[in-house]
Design a protein around this ligand. Structure first.
Ligand code: ADP
Ligand code: MG
Length: 326
Protein backbone atom coordinates (compact mmCIF):
# COMPACT_ATOMS: atom_id res chain seq x y z
CA UNK A 1 0.00 0.00 0.00
CA UNK A 2 1.56 3.29 -1.13
CA UNK A 3 -0.27 5.75 1.09
CA UNK A 4 0.48 6.93 4.61
CA UNK A 5 -1.87 5.96 7.45
CA UNK A 6 -3.70 9.28 6.97
CA UNK A 7 -4.21 8.42 3.28
CA UNK A 8 -5.52 5.00 4.30
CA UNK A 9 -8.16 6.62 6.50
CA UNK A 10 -9.19 8.88 3.64
CA UNK A 11 -9.51 5.87 1.40
CA UNK A 12 -11.53 4.05 4.05
CA UNK A 13 -13.86 7.04 4.36
CA UNK A 14 -14.10 7.27 0.61
CA UNK A 15 -15.01 3.60 0.25
CA UNK A 16 -17.49 3.92 3.08
CA UNK A 17 -19.09 6.83 1.25
CA UNK A 18 -19.28 4.80 -1.96
CA UNK A 19 -20.81 1.91 -0.04
CA UNK A 20 -23.51 4.16 1.41
CA UNK A 21 -24.33 5.65 -1.99
CA UNK A 22 -24.23 2.42 -3.97
CA UNK A 23 -26.81 0.52 -1.92
CA UNK A 24 -27.21 -3.17 -2.64
CA UNK A 25 -28.76 -5.22 -5.40
CA UNK A 26 -31.23 -8.09 -5.04
CA UNK A 27 -28.97 -10.29 -7.15
CA UNK A 28 -26.08 -9.94 -4.68
CA UNK A 29 -25.78 -11.74 -1.37
CA UNK A 30 -22.72 -9.59 -0.54
CA UNK A 31 -21.84 -6.20 -2.04
CA UNK A 32 -19.12 -3.60 -1.42
CA UNK A 33 -16.97 -3.97 1.72
CA UNK A 34 -15.35 -7.39 1.60
CA UNK A 35 -12.63 -8.85 -0.62
CA UNK A 36 -15.20 -9.90 -3.23
CA UNK A 37 -18.90 -9.41 -3.84
CA UNK A 38 -20.98 -12.59 -3.99
CA UNK A 39 -23.58 -13.21 -6.67
CA UNK A 40 -25.49 -16.51 -6.47
CA UNK A 41 -25.98 -17.96 -9.97
CA UNK A 42 -29.19 -19.15 -11.59
CA UNK A 43 -29.11 -22.26 -13.74
CA UNK A 44 -30.66 -21.02 -16.99
CA UNK A 45 -28.49 -17.93 -17.31
CA UNK A 46 -25.18 -17.04 -18.88
CA UNK A 47 -22.97 -14.47 -17.13
CA UNK A 48 -21.71 -11.66 -19.40
CA UNK A 49 -18.61 -9.69 -18.38
CA UNK A 50 -16.93 -6.74 -20.07
CA UNK A 51 -14.39 -4.12 -19.05
CA UNK A 52 -13.37 -0.66 -20.31
CA UNK A 53 -10.50 1.64 -19.50
CA UNK A 54 -10.93 5.42 -19.81
CA UNK A 55 -7.87 7.66 -19.60
CA UNK A 56 -8.00 11.43 -19.33
CA UNK A 57 -6.95 13.25 -22.55
CA UNK A 58 -7.26 10.05 -24.56
CA UNK A 59 -10.91 9.15 -24.00
CA UNK A 60 -12.17 12.32 -22.37
CA UNK A 61 -11.15 15.86 -21.51
CA UNK A 62 -12.11 17.19 -18.12
CA UNK A 63 -12.66 20.73 -19.44
CA UNK A 64 -15.30 19.55 -21.91
CA UNK A 65 -17.52 17.70 -19.51
CA UNK A 66 -18.92 17.99 -16.01
CA UNK A 67 -17.75 15.31 -13.58
CA UNK A 68 -21.38 14.18 -13.26
CA UNK A 69 -21.66 13.60 -17.02
CA UNK A 70 -18.26 11.92 -17.07
CA UNK A 71 -19.52 9.52 -14.41
CA UNK A 72 -22.65 8.83 -16.43
CA UNK A 73 -20.70 8.26 -19.63
CA UNK A 74 -18.16 5.96 -17.95
CA UNK A 75 -21.03 3.72 -16.87
CA UNK A 76 -23.00 4.06 -20.12
CA UNK A 77 -20.21 3.01 -22.50
CA UNK A 78 -19.57 -0.08 -20.41
CA UNK A 79 -23.27 -0.98 -20.11
CA UNK A 80 -23.48 -0.60 -23.89
CA UNK A 81 -21.36 -3.77 -24.22
CA UNK A 82 -24.07 -5.68 -22.35
CA UNK A 83 -26.70 -4.14 -24.67
CA UNK A 84 -24.62 -5.37 -27.62
CA UNK A 85 -25.05 -8.97 -26.45
CA UNK A 86 -28.75 -8.58 -25.69
CA UNK A 87 -28.23 -8.87 -21.94
CA UNK A 88 -29.28 -7.16 -18.71
CA UNK A 89 -26.58 -5.36 -16.67
CA UNK A 90 -26.39 -6.32 -13.01
CA UNK A 91 -23.09 -5.52 -11.29
CA UNK A 92 -20.49 -2.88 -12.04
CA UNK A 93 -16.96 -2.57 -10.68
CA UNK A 94 -15.26 0.81 -10.70
CA UNK A 95 -11.52 1.41 -10.53
CA UNK A 96 -10.44 5.03 -10.02
CA UNK A 97 -6.87 6.31 -10.38
CA UNK A 98 -7.25 9.78 -8.95
CA UNK A 99 -4.82 12.66 -9.57
CA UNK A 100 -4.21 15.14 -6.74
CA UNK A 101 -5.87 17.92 -8.78
CA UNK A 102 -9.29 16.31 -8.34
CA UNK A 103 -11.15 17.43 -5.25
CA UNK A 104 -13.40 15.27 -3.08
CA UNK A 105 -16.38 17.26 -4.34
CA UNK A 106 -15.45 16.48 -7.95
CA UNK A 107 -15.00 12.79 -7.31
CA UNK A 108 -18.33 12.71 -5.49
CA UNK A 109 -19.95 14.41 -8.47
CA UNK A 110 -18.40 11.77 -10.73
CA UNK A 111 -19.77 8.99 -8.52
CA UNK A 112 -23.21 10.55 -8.38
CA UNK A 113 -23.32 10.54 -12.18
CA UNK A 114 -22.04 6.98 -12.34
CA UNK A 115 -24.61 5.76 -9.81
CA UNK A 116 -27.46 7.70 -11.43
CA UNK A 117 -26.69 6.08 -14.78
CA UNK A 118 -26.46 2.49 -13.55
CA UNK A 119 -29.64 2.92 -11.51
CA UNK A 120 -31.53 3.63 -14.76
CA UNK A 121 -30.80 0.04 -15.76
CA UNK A 122 -31.39 -1.48 -12.33
CA UNK A 123 -27.69 -2.30 -11.93
CA UNK A 124 -25.58 -2.06 -8.75
CA UNK A 125 -22.05 -0.88 -7.99
CA UNK A 126 -20.66 -4.09 -6.51
CA UNK A 127 -17.00 -3.20 -5.98
CA UNK A 128 -13.93 -1.51 -7.35
CA UNK A 129 -10.56 -0.13 -6.42
CA UNK A 130 -9.31 3.34 -5.58
CA UNK A 131 -5.79 4.70 -5.68
CA UNK A 132 -3.97 7.91 -6.48
CA UNK A 133 -2.57 8.63 -9.93
CA UNK A 134 0.62 10.64 -10.51
CA UNK A 135 -0.75 11.67 -13.92
CA UNK A 136 -4.16 11.62 -15.57
CA UNK A 137 -7.51 10.59 -14.14
CA UNK A 138 -7.97 6.90 -14.94
CA UNK A 139 -11.25 5.08 -14.81
CA UNK A 140 -11.66 1.36 -15.21
CA UNK A 141 -15.18 -0.02 -15.37
CA UNK A 142 -16.22 -3.65 -15.45
CA UNK A 143 -19.80 -4.75 -15.93
CA UNK A 144 -21.41 -8.11 -15.40
CA UNK A 145 -24.81 -8.94 -16.78
CA UNK A 146 -27.08 -11.84 -17.53
CA UNK A 147 -28.76 -13.35 -20.53
CA UNK A 148 -30.85 -16.52 -20.92
CA UNK A 149 -28.47 -19.38 -21.73
CA UNK A 150 -27.69 -19.41 -25.44
CA UNK A 151 -29.52 -16.15 -26.25
CA UNK A 152 -26.48 -13.83 -26.30
CA UNK A 153 -26.04 -12.23 -29.73
CA UNK A 154 -22.40 -12.43 -30.84
CA UNK A 155 -20.45 -10.88 -33.72
CA UNK A 156 -20.36 -14.17 -35.51
CA UNK A 157 -23.61 -15.36 -37.08
CA UNK A 158 -24.44 -13.01 -39.98
CA UNK A 159 -25.16 -14.86 -43.21
CA UNK A 160 -25.71 -14.07 -46.88
CA UNK A 161 -29.02 -12.32 -47.48
CA UNK A 162 -29.43 -10.99 -43.93
CA UNK A 163 -30.57 -7.38 -43.69
CA UNK A 164 -28.37 -4.93 -41.76
CA UNK A 165 -29.97 -2.55 -39.28
CA UNK A 166 -28.79 0.26 -37.03
CA UNK A 167 -30.61 1.88 -34.14
CA UNK A 168 -31.06 5.63 -33.61
CA UNK A 169 -28.97 8.05 -35.67
CA UNK A 170 -25.26 7.99 -36.50
CA UNK A 171 -22.51 10.60 -36.43
CA UNK A 172 -23.96 12.88 -33.74
CA UNK A 173 -21.28 12.20 -31.17
CA UNK A 174 -18.43 12.53 -33.68
CA UNK A 175 -19.91 15.79 -34.95
CA UNK A 176 -20.09 17.14 -31.39
CA UNK A 177 -16.46 16.12 -30.83
CA UNK A 178 -15.40 17.83 -34.06
CA UNK A 179 -17.19 21.02 -33.02
CA UNK A 180 -15.61 20.94 -29.54
CA UNK A 181 -12.18 20.45 -31.11
CA UNK A 182 -12.87 23.51 -33.31
CA UNK A 183 -13.81 25.56 -30.27
CA UNK A 184 -17.53 25.53 -31.12
CA UNK A 185 -20.34 24.64 -28.75
CA UNK A 186 -22.48 21.76 -30.06
CA UNK A 187 -26.26 22.23 -29.82
CA UNK A 188 -27.97 20.59 -26.80
CA UNK A 189 -28.98 17.47 -28.75
CA UNK A 190 -25.46 16.81 -30.12
CA UNK A 191 -23.96 17.66 -26.73
CA UNK A 192 -26.14 15.08 -25.06
CA UNK A 193 -25.22 12.47 -27.66
CA UNK A 194 -21.51 13.05 -26.95
CA UNK A 195 -21.50 13.59 -23.18
CA UNK A 196 -24.23 11.20 -22.06
CA UNK A 197 -24.83 8.50 -24.67
CA UNK A 198 -27.66 6.04 -24.07
CA UNK A 199 -26.88 2.31 -24.12
CA UNK A 200 -29.61 0.49 -26.06
CA UNK A 201 -30.45 -2.10 -23.41
CA UNK A 202 -34.18 -2.46 -24.20
CA UNK A 203 -33.55 -3.01 -27.91
CA UNK A 204 -30.78 -5.54 -27.26
CA UNK A 205 -33.02 -7.43 -24.83
CA UNK A 206 -35.92 -7.47 -27.30
CA UNK A 207 -33.70 -8.83 -30.06
CA UNK A 208 -32.18 -11.56 -27.88
CA UNK A 209 -35.44 -12.56 -26.21
CA UNK A 210 -37.23 -12.95 -29.55
CA UNK A 211 -34.08 -14.34 -31.23
CA UNK A 212 -34.45 -11.85 -34.06
CA UNK A 213 -30.80 -10.96 -34.71
CA UNK A 214 -28.04 -13.18 -36.10
CA UNK A 215 -25.10 -10.90 -35.14
CA UNK A 216 -24.80 -7.67 -33.17
CA UNK A 217 -22.33 -5.07 -31.94
CA UNK A 218 -22.51 -1.63 -30.35
CA UNK A 219 -21.09 1.20 -32.44
CA UNK A 220 -18.23 2.62 -30.41
CA UNK A 221 -15.55 2.96 -33.10
CA UNK A 222 -17.76 3.94 -36.04
CA UNK A 223 -20.20 2.02 -38.25
CA UNK A 224 -17.66 0.87 -40.85
CA UNK A 225 -15.12 -0.39 -38.31
CA UNK A 226 -17.70 -2.06 -36.10
CA UNK A 227 -19.70 -3.61 -38.92
CA UNK A 228 -16.30 -4.78 -40.20
CA UNK A 229 -15.94 -6.86 -37.00
CA UNK A 230 -19.25 -8.60 -37.73
CA UNK A 231 -18.16 -9.27 -41.32
CA UNK A 232 -14.77 -10.66 -40.24
CA UNK A 233 -16.25 -12.85 -37.51
CA UNK A 234 -19.02 -14.12 -39.80
CA UNK A 235 -16.80 -14.43 -42.94
CA UNK A 236 -19.23 -12.46 -45.12
CA UNK A 237 -19.35 -9.05 -46.85
CA UNK A 238 -21.89 -6.23 -46.89
CA UNK A 239 -23.43 -3.56 -49.03
CA UNK A 240 -24.60 -0.37 -47.32
CA UNK A 241 -26.76 2.36 -48.87
CA UNK A 242 -25.39 5.72 -47.78
CA UNK A 243 -28.78 7.33 -48.45
CA UNK A 244 -30.34 5.03 -45.83
CA UNK A 245 -27.97 5.92 -42.96
CA UNK A 246 -30.20 7.51 -40.29
CA UNK A 247 -29.17 11.10 -39.53
CA UNK A 248 -30.59 13.33 -36.80
CA UNK A 249 -32.09 16.76 -37.54
CA UNK A 250 -29.07 18.43 -35.91
CA UNK A 251 -26.71 16.38 -38.05
CA UNK A 252 -28.65 17.15 -41.24
CA UNK A 253 -28.59 20.85 -40.44
CA UNK A 254 -24.81 20.76 -40.05
CA UNK A 255 -24.51 18.64 -43.19
CA UNK A 256 -26.24 21.29 -45.30
CA UNK A 257 -24.14 20.93 -48.44
CA UNK A 258 -20.97 19.75 -46.67
CA UNK A 259 -20.96 16.12 -47.81
CA UNK A 260 -17.60 15.44 -46.15
CA UNK A 261 -19.51 15.34 -42.87
CA UNK A 262 -21.13 12.08 -43.96
CA UNK A 263 -17.79 10.47 -43.04
CA UNK A 264 -18.63 11.20 -39.41
CA UNK A 265 -21.78 9.10 -39.70
CA UNK A 266 -19.83 6.27 -41.35
CA UNK A 267 -16.58 6.33 -39.42
CA UNK A 268 -17.11 8.57 -36.40
CA UNK A 269 -17.22 6.86 -33.04
CA UNK A 270 -19.07 6.85 -29.76
CA UNK A 271 -22.66 6.70 -30.95
CA UNK A 272 -23.28 3.60 -28.81
CA UNK A 273 -26.12 2.61 -31.10
CA UNK A 274 -26.52 -1.04 -32.10
CA UNK A 275 -25.70 -2.49 -35.52
CA UNK A 276 -27.18 -5.93 -36.13
CA UNK A 277 -28.14 -8.38 -38.84
CA UNK A 278 -31.36 -10.33 -39.25
CA UNK A 279 -32.95 -12.61 -41.84
CA UNK A 280 -36.13 -10.51 -41.40
CA UNK A 281 -36.49 -7.71 -43.95
CA UNK A 282 -39.12 -5.69 -42.06
CA UNK A 283 -37.70 -5.79 -38.58
CA UNK A 284 -37.99 -1.99 -38.30
CA UNK A 285 -41.77 -2.53 -38.30
CA UNK A 286 -41.74 -5.53 -35.94
CA UNK A 287 -39.89 -3.86 -33.10
CA UNK A 288 -42.30 -1.92 -30.98
CA UNK A 289 -39.90 0.36 -29.14
CA UNK A 290 -39.68 4.15 -29.05
CA UNK A 291 -36.10 4.04 -30.28
CA UNK A 292 -36.10 3.68 -34.09
CA UNK A 293 -34.37 0.95 -36.06
CA UNK A 294 -33.38 1.53 -39.70
CA UNK A 295 -32.43 -0.94 -42.42
CA UNK A 296 -29.24 0.27 -44.09
CA UNK A 297 -28.14 -2.60 -46.33
CA UNK A 298 -27.61 -6.31 -46.60
CA UNK A 299 -25.04 -9.05 -46.15
CA UNK A 300 -23.41 -10.09 -49.41
CA UNK A 301 -21.67 -13.28 -50.43
CA UNK A 302 -18.38 -11.63 -51.41
CA UNK A 303 -16.13 -10.45 -48.63
CA UNK A 304 -15.50 -6.73 -48.13
CA UNK A 305 -17.67 -3.73 -47.44
CA UNK A 306 -19.27 -1.77 -50.30
CA UNK A 307 -21.01 1.56 -50.01
CA UNK A 308 -23.74 2.42 -52.48
CA UNK A 309 -23.34 6.15 -52.99
CA UNK A 310 -26.19 8.55 -53.62
CA UNK A 311 -25.39 8.55 -57.39
CA UNK A 312 -25.87 4.76 -57.44
CA UNK A 313 -22.17 3.90 -57.78
CA UNK A 314 -20.60 1.26 -55.57
CA UNK A 315 -17.53 2.20 -53.56
CA UNK A 316 -15.35 -0.58 -52.12
CA UNK A 317 -14.09 0.79 -48.85
CA UNK A 318 -11.26 0.18 -46.47
CA UNK A 319 -12.40 -0.28 -42.92
CA UNK A 320 -11.87 2.92 -40.99
CA UNK A 321 -12.59 3.67 -37.38
CA UNK A 322 -12.53 6.32 -34.79
CA UNK A 323 -9.17 7.45 -33.53
CA UNK A 324 -9.74 8.91 -30.07
CA UNK A 325 -8.39 12.49 -30.18
CA UNK A 326 -5.22 11.50 -32.03
P1 ADP B 1 -8.70 -4.67 -1.11
O1 ADP B 1 -7.58 -4.20 -0.28
O2 ADP B 1 -9.18 -6.06 -0.80
O3 ADP B 1 -8.52 -4.41 -2.58
P2 ADP B 1 -10.15 -2.23 -0.80
O4 ADP B 1 -9.80 -1.56 0.48
O5 ADP B 1 -9.49 -1.74 -2.06
O6 ADP B 1 -9.95 -3.78 -0.64
O7 ADP B 1 -11.71 -2.17 -1.04
C1 ADP B 1 -12.62 -2.47 0.00
C2 ADP B 1 -13.98 -2.63 -0.60
O8 ADP B 1 -14.40 -1.43 -1.23
C3 ADP B 1 -14.05 -3.72 -1.65
O9 ADP B 1 -15.31 -4.35 -1.52
C4 ADP B 1 -13.99 -2.96 -2.96
O10 ADP B 1 -14.65 -3.66 -4.01
C5 ADP B 1 -14.69 -1.65 -2.59
N1 ADP B 1 -14.20 -0.50 -3.39
C6 ADP B 1 -12.98 0.08 -3.37
N2 ADP B 1 -12.89 1.09 -4.27
C7 ADP B 1 -14.09 1.16 -4.88
C8 ADP B 1 -14.64 1.97 -5.91
N3 ADP B 1 -13.95 2.94 -6.53
N4 ADP B 1 -15.91 1.74 -6.28
C9 ADP B 1 -16.63 0.76 -5.69
N5 ADP B 1 -16.19 -0.03 -4.72
C10 ADP B 1 -14.93 0.15 -4.31
MG1 MG C 1 -8.28 -2.59 -3.43
Amino acid sequence: MLGTSKKRLEEFEFIHWIQQQAGSGDHLSLGIGDDCSIQPQQTNQDLLTSTDLLIEDIHFKREWSSMFDLGRKSAAVNISDIAAMGGTPQSLFLGIGRPKTISDAQIQEFLSGFLAEIKTYGATLAGGDSCSSPGPLMISVTVQGKVVTGDAICRQGASYGDAIYVSGSLGDSALALQQLQNGQQPDPFLSKRFHTPTPQIALGQELSKRQLATAMLDISDGLLADLGHILDASAVGAEINIADIPLSKSFQQALDGDLTLIDLALSGGEDYELVFTSPLKDLDRQINLQHPVTRIGSISQDSGLCLRQNNGELYHCQQGGFDHFS
